[in-house]
Design a protein around this ligand. Sequence first.
Ligand code: 3PG
Ligand code: MG
Length: 399
Amino acid sequence: MSIRTLDDLLAEGVSGRRVLVRADLNVPLDKQTGDITDDGRIRAVLPTLGALVEAGAKVVVCSHLGRPKGAPDPQFSLSPVAGRLGELLGAPVRFATDTVGDSARSTVADLADGQVALLENLRFNAGETSKDEAERGAFADQLAAFGDAYVDDAFGAVHRKHASVYDVPARLPHVAGRLVLREVEVLSKLTSEPERPYVVVLGGSKVSDKLAVIEALLPTVDRLLIGGGMCFTFLKAQGLEVGTSLLEKDMVETCRNLLERADGKIMLPVDVVVADAFAPDAAHDTVRVDGIPSHRLGLDVGPETVAGFSAALSQARTIFWNGPMGVFEMPAFAAGTRGIAEAITKADAFSVVGGGDSAAAVRALGLDESSFGHISTGGGASLEYLEGKTLPGIAALEN
Ligand code: 3PG
Ligand code: MG
């Protein structure tokens, strides 16, 4: 790969130069209070930002948060993120209340060497996500005007063909930040000759979201363990009744076909926790998968499944895990996810946790992050990487 890195840029000298950093500061916020519930993605860009600050750059950070519709929407403001970023950096971060308007222009113009500014949410501008090249390009021109060089450290967004990810690097000298480099280094270990046995655990709610990655992984993995809401469509494909559990009817045939082609590599739950309702206090019991009552829904995998999956994981030398095993946010349905996570930490294997919900689960369940080989900041991005897709944000850095 012909990607230049942050170290190359630092070697050129950045003191007094404006460096535009695309970060993925899309952190989960508490719906009631608006507080940041998991700052993992903010912490993950500190190595890059810290190095630039220390080298005396004027650091202009930009990011998206949530999915606002191309216009300002206060519930998606990055303002709380600026506060948290300042705390973590140990120096205040100047916050621009727009992305490319008057506030952004004056904030960038007033930056001193070694100071950090954060622009308001990129997606408050329709140009950021536009499918129209010209509209995206016009927005990219405005953003690029804030930097003398561009650093992409937004691994979680490299699979998006968006202005800040794809079009800005075409307009400025560009390098990969520390986080993007580390993520690509780790994930490429999984695609090129992983140490065997290579065991993948997939969960989450939808088969349709994971179909492409299952197809791509089946020939490569030794075992594929499937839990979470998506397991019920597979169980249905085996001819079992799943009650009122999550079911993608139009995927049953696809799952049947996958199971036939999987050569026994796919392991499904043998028991599940079923409840009367999707609620933290719903009455619940553990049943065998051939005994799911017609009026109840599965919200977690059961203890025998955890034992079986854990046995497979204990043999592994390489593990990739994406997606919770159950509704881990509700304590009654968290045991499956906790059990699998613990089995991963105990295995004598190189383990990668793929993004989004599973990374949040690790932290929410109070597990020790350092007992995993790598916790990716990218959910969709890490899956698309493993699918072997071209990632627009990486491609844009490659020349
Ligand atoms: C994520 O949370 O997956 C990334 O920040 C990308 O966000 P998006 O899925 O809204 O593009
Ligand atoms: Mg996403």
